[in-house]
Design a protein around this ligand. Structure first.
Ligand SMILES: C[S@@+](CC[C@H](N)C(=O)[O-])C[C@H]1O[C@@H](n2cnc3c(N)ncnc32)[C@H](O)[C@@H]1O
Length: 346
């Protein structure tokens, strides 16, 4: 990614701690790391004078950077579902004399009705589909940057860059690894279990195992029984990738090849992973990207993962750089799936 001096300059001007720390020194839970914001803003290519919609105000830090990027002739409209965050960010922006940002509370999936049209839309929270409202509120040529799910299971997300065309259609440009909290309708009291898309869960609060998968959606009782087996019999951690191999790339391969066969599993607490599961067991790469698979129950599930690894190696270990997004119009927006460059159809 080329260096964008505007983003570097904005980062030099905006004080991160001023936005992300509360008066007692604690971090605003919803803050995004500065490096991740910088990467996203570089891909977004915000020009002076632009009108930008931000979905997910959080600490207000990314909004302040956007306010710098659009300058005095541009405008930022930022929405968060949590009213307290918007109010806090408004006070902070006002104290800094930032007058080119509007903040409001609402469901960002609806965009910002009544605020006009946007040249750029950026989301820091993950929708299941690319929402219809965003495309309707974008000018032709506008760029939308958002995490979005690439398979039917929750958390199977990557960050999509797309361009709105003159007929209010939308063209997928590229995908990079990354995701943010799933879009939700109310303030969250916990972060371990996704607020949507979970088909079965067992265990006590804070240490729950959960699963999201097409098969589990069809048979939640069987999914619950499988999770209980994992709790009772435990899981094993086995290294399956070489140190130079990336589970992030392997999972990107699986998004493109086997989106419907992927299962996502919560492992009790914040740990979770993507891989394969059925009513007899589970085997997942954890979010740690350490090349290990956590597995339990039937060994056949683990063997399926090993089969996928061998297939991925045989294909030359493709990853995000080899993927392109494919958007399909569905009710409420655009479903996003990944495909390999050069693949035909699908
Ligand atoms: C990762 S944080 C954003 C952090 C922000 N970029 C910053 O610089 O601090 C994601 C935010 O999205 C918000 N959010 C989640 N679901 C939403 C929804 N449906 N509409 C609007 N905001 C939402 C959360 O409340 C949270 O503040």
């Amino acid at each position: 990614m080329g260096e964008n001096t505007n983003v570097t300059a904005a980062l030099a001007v905006v004080d991160e701690d001023y936005y992300t720390l509360r008066p007692d020194g604690s971090l605003v839970t919803q803050s995004t790391a500065a490096f991740a914001i910088a990467e996203t803003l570089e891909r977004l290519d915000v020009r002076p004078g632009a009108r930008v919609l931000e979905v997910g105000t959080g600490s207000g830090f990314s909004g302040a950077l956007l306010s710098e990027l659009v300058g005095p002739t541009g405008r930022v409209v930022s929405v968060d579902v949590v009213a307290e965050l918007g109010e806090r960010a408004r006070e902070l922006h006002t104290s800094q004399g930032r007058t080119n940002i509007d903040l409001f509370t609402g469901d960002g999936a609806l965009g910002a009705p009544g605020y006009g049209e946007f040249d750029r839309i950026v989301a820091w929270t993950t929708p299941r589909l690319l929402p219809e409202a965003w495309v309707e509120q974008a000018v032709p040529g506008a760029v939308v940057l958002t995490p979005v799910e690439l398979a039917p299971s929750v958390r199977t997300a990557a960050i999509l860059r797309a361009r709105v065309d003159s007929g209010r259609g939308v063209e997928g440009l590229d995908l990079v690894a990354g995701r943010y909290v799933e879009m939700h309708a109310e303030e969250l009291g916990q972060w371990s279990v996704p607020p949507r898309g979970v088909d079965a869960r067992v265990g006590e609060e804070g240490r729950e195992l959960w699963v999201s998968a097409l098969w589990a959606e069809r048979d939640g009782a069987a999914a619950g029984r499988m999770l209980k087996v994992l709790v009772e019999c435990g899981t094993t951690r086995t290294r399956v990738l070489e140190p130079e191999e990336s589970a992030v790339d392997l999972v990107a391969y699986l998004y493109a090849r086997y989106p419907e066969d992927l299962s996502v599993l919560g492992l009790g607490g914040p740990d979770w992973g993507e891989g394969h599961a059925d009513e007899n067991g589970a085997a997942v790469f954890t979010a740690a990207n350490d090349g290990c698979v956590v597995h339990g129950g039937s060994p056949r599930v683990f063997e399926r993962i090993q089969g996928w690894v061998n297939e991925w190696r045989g294909a030359g270990r493709p990853g995000y750089a080899d993927l392109r997004p494919v958007l399909t119009r569905v009710d409420g927006g655009w479903r996003v799936r990944a495909e390999f460059e050069g693949d035909s159809g699908s």
